[in-house]
Design a protein around this ligand. Structure first.
Ligand SMILES: Nc1ncnc2c1ncn2[C@@H]1O[C@H](COP(=O)(O)OP(=O)(O)OP(=O)(O)O)[C@@H](O)[C@H]1O
Length: 374
């Protein structure tokens, strides 16, 4: 069973009757290696919390199997699964101080008191909660409770650390600082962690691999870089990346030695056939329609490019985001310098073949990324 820390095989979750209730997680299979940090990423209601709760044992598995460290656990209660959890609603014990709450998690390890004190001190420093260690949960803020709960989970020795939106209540500066520290802490100790988040920055910063979910279905499970550069489908392409990928419906035609994508309002994007591999050309041939995606960072201004009209131009202090009216929709581009363009100005856009993502018009499955097949 090699180094698999977690194996989820064909798992379904129904709330209510099997096959009739709410189908929250659909035929999920996923393997996680020891020492990996995984993010379950998706919009509200996509099934990520249900997945985490099934791993923890707070929700029953309707179908399928879950194994931790090679041992099937889906029939076991939470305490028998050897998992440490920081869950919203999995609250601190009110009669114990923050220090006692965190130390309590170390009870089973039977460490000498000095060692317990050291561990509690270390994690409190890391999470910036040293000053509230002797306070009770009812007298600290939501963000402090969240960090205390995270500390309680992280100090524990466990096969899996499950973190549900662990920094959701923290302000952005603290969240950014803690992300780096938590990642370092987890990696240094070789822990295996699964994080639920709807914040892609958090997923990108913390995770070795991201599982993108939508409608209870796992859409892609890969490194942050691959998900950005080679999204497996239109949903992932549009969901991951900020600002989001520009997406346009297009017809495909072959004219002479070239490929022509026809967009709304008669806009045509023309490419030499040589800009795509023969396999991509084969994939495009015979397809009436596709969806085209291009990231805002990859859209370039060019005098003789395709016409677009500036709608909104915003300088964000470190980048300019320009939204243009283009082919009956909106094409957003990002430049690193400050760009002075007024709304209503006409500009030309260049969409390099190398930056085009082509998706099937019906299924949304990726067909090609730049010149290569998906
Ligand atoms: N106890 C429940 N009873 C019935 N349906 C539920 C229950 N819990 C979740 N669901 C439904 O299951 C689906 C998945 O919910 P889940 O909480 O797993 O999503 P999520 O991606 O974690 O969302 P969020 O980010 O909002 O927490 C949703 O349609 C939700 O309404």
């Amino acid at each position: 069973m090699s180094g698999a820390a977690l194996q989820i095989t064909g798992v379904d979750k129904f709330y209510g009757a099997v096959d009739r209730g709410v189908h929250a997680v659909k035929n999920l299979s996923i393997n996680i290696e020891k020492g990996e940090i995984i993010a379950l990423l998706g919009s509200s209601g996509c099934g990520k919390t249900s997945t985490l709760r099934m791993i923890a044992g707070f929700e029953e598995v309707s179908r399928g199997r879950i194994a931790i460290d090679g041992r099937e656990v889906h029939m076991l209660p939470p305490v028998k699964r050897n998992v440490a959890m920081a869950f919203e609603g999995y609250s601190l014990y009110p009669p114990l101080t923050v220090r006692e709450n965190i130390a309590f998690a170390l009870k089973a390890s039977k460490l000498p008191q000095a060692k317990v004190d050291e561990k509690v001190g270390d994690i409190a420093r890391l999470l910036e909660i040293e000053d509230i260690l002797d306070r009770y949960p009812s007298s600290i803020s939501g963000g402090q409770q969240q960090r205390a709960s995270l500390g309680r989970a992280l100090v524990r020795d466990a096969a899996l650390h499950l973190l549900d939106e662990p920094m959701g209540q923290l302000e952005p500066r603290l969240r950014a600082v803690l992300r780096g520290r938590i990642k370092h802490y987890i990696k240094e100790r070789g822990l295996t962690a699964i994080l639920v988040t709807h914040d892609q920055t958090e997923a990108n910063a913390l995770a070795d691999r991201i599982a993108v979910m939508e409608g209870g279905v796992l859409l892609q499970f890969d490194t942050p870089q691959t998900i950005k550069q080679r999204p497996a489908n239109l949903f992932t392409g549009a969901f991951v990346g900020e600002p989001p990928m520009n997406v346009f419906a297009a017809t495909v035609d072959f004219e002479g030695d070239g490929v022509v994508f026809g967009l709304d309002q008669g806009v045509q994007l023309r490419y030499a056939a040589g800009e795509f591999s023969p396999a991509v050309l084969g994939e495009l041939r015979g397809r009436g329609k596709v969806m085209l995606g291009i990231r805002p960072y990859a859209v370039r201004r060019a005098e003789r490019g395709v016409a677009a009209k500036v709608a909104v131009n915003q300088w964000l202090g470190d980048q300019t985001q320009i939204a243009t009216d283009f082919a009956g929709g909106t094409m957003v581009l990002v430049e690193h310098d400050r760009v002075r363009l007024a709304p209503g100005e006409e500009i030309g856009l260049k969409l390099d073949a190398g930056a085009l993502h082509v998706f099937d018009a019906e299924s949304g499955q990726a067909l090609s990324h730049g010149p290569e097949l998906a």
